[in-house]
Ligand binder design. Structure first.
Ligand code: 5GP
Ligand code: MN
Length: 350
């Protein structure tokens, strides 16, 4: 599908490195999403077969597999760099090949970043974010135009090994990343290849509706009540600027017993409003604030995220601001062209 972009010399080298790998680490970013979990696990299942006898393939996530994706086949194999610090250090010391996936720079692994950067061994990047840190990797497959890292893994694995190592478990993992990074095939899926990859995976006896249930229909009642609160009490709507911003303090999160994982997808609700083009969600953490940005028409939120010290994709990006919620809110609203404007209030007739 992308044979022209996936240079055959690079593919050959990758195949050779993977075949020679004795201790291979598959690493993705902090607060992993479906594409991060799906790509490292999908690749792990295939590498289990592609590598020689006695070799060891380990998927690693900086802060572990989120509960939301605990149902993925192989999720229990994922090593949490944070919780299993010693294990991570041993794995890193022994690694002869590290494949970083769905991240464009070591910095996306936060507390593992420095050790990862300093480790000397073969390093491959398989990713679809803009601006890969080229100096940090020896072999780079970077395709910002592709829907997801999981789609990239579908096409890259086909070039590496044909269909030899693709199977049901890998297909479930890879389909999950395709699904989540396109919001259920709603955005970032302009290219036919996205659906062709999905079609290919569906042939491995996987069930999209079951996977959808596992991904989407999973709310706890607390999370549902929190969404009600978020939409009615914490949404700042600026129709003239075509922007909506939600902001949650640590207290808000404590009150409903919710965490970052529970807010996955919440920012997309801003775009349900016809007149809103850009939505932002701010979530306070201890000493910093996470920002999520989404757009549905032409606005490039990646550029806005970059100005806030983050990055991502044209229609979905984010940043981590080392500031409290209030200051971050001011900075985000300024970047979105909102200064000295009051958000619209509820207009309910008494
Ligand atoms: P989310 O809003 O779902 O957390 O992230 C959307 C996208 O924005 C991610 O896929 C990632 O590409 C990017 N992103 C999120 N947080 C950060 C961050 O702190 N730094 C950078 N560079 N990119 C981020
Ligand atoms: Mn992704």
């Amino acid at each position: 599908m992308y044979e022209k972009v996936l240079d055959s010399q690079k593919v050959t080298l990758c195949r050779q490195w993977m075949a020679e790998g004795q201790n291979i680490l598959l690493v993705s970013h902090t607060n992993a999403d479906g594409d991060a979990c799906g790509s490292i696990l999908g690749m792990a299942f295939m590498l289990d077969q592609a590598t020689g006898e006695g070799s060891c393939v380990t998927p690693v996530l900086p802060n572990g597999c989120p509960k939301q994706f605990g149902w993925l086949p192989g999720a229990d194999r994922i090593v949490s760099g944070q919780k299993e610090r010693q294990r991570w250090r041993e794995l890193l010391a022994e690694a002869d090949l590290i494949v970083c996936m769905d991240m464009n720079a070591c910095s996306r692994t936060d507390m593992l970043a420095e050790e990862l950067r300093e480790k000397r061994c073969r390093k491959v990047l398989i990713d679809h974010h803009h601006n890969p840190a080229t100096e940090e990797f020896d072999l780079i497959f970077s395709m910002p135009e592709i829907s997801s890292t999981c789609e990239l893994v579908v096409w890259l694995s086909e070039l590496l090994w044909g269909d030899r190592y693709m199977g049901r478990e890998a297909a479930i993992c890879l389909y999950t990343g395709l699904n989540t990074d396109t919001g259920g095939f709603a955005f970032s899926c302009e290219q036919p290849s996205c659906f062709e990859a999905a079609a290919k995976l569906v042939r491995y006896d996987i069930h999209p509706s079951e996977i959808h249930n596992c991904i989407v229909n999973t709310f706890t009642t607390n999370r549902m009540f929190f969404y009600g609160f978020a939409l009615s009490q914490r949404m700042r709507i600026y129709p003239e600027q075509r922007v909506a911003v939600m902001a949650f303090s640590l207290d808000d999160q404590k009150r409903f017993g919710v965490s970052g994982e529970d807010m996955e997808g919440l920012v997309n609700y801003t775009l349900l409003m016809k007149e809103i083009e850009v939505g932002a969600l701010l979530r306070e953490e201890v000493g910093r604030t996470k920002v999520s940005l989404r757009s549905k028409y032409g606005v490039d939120v990646n550029k806005i995220a970059q100005r806030l010290g983050g990055g991502g994709h044209t229609k979905a990006s984010g940043a981590t601001c080392q500031m409290p919620l209030g200051d971050t809110l001011k900075a985000v609203e300024k970047e979105l062209g909102i200064t000295n404007v009051e958000p619209v209030g509820l207009e309910i007739e008494q």
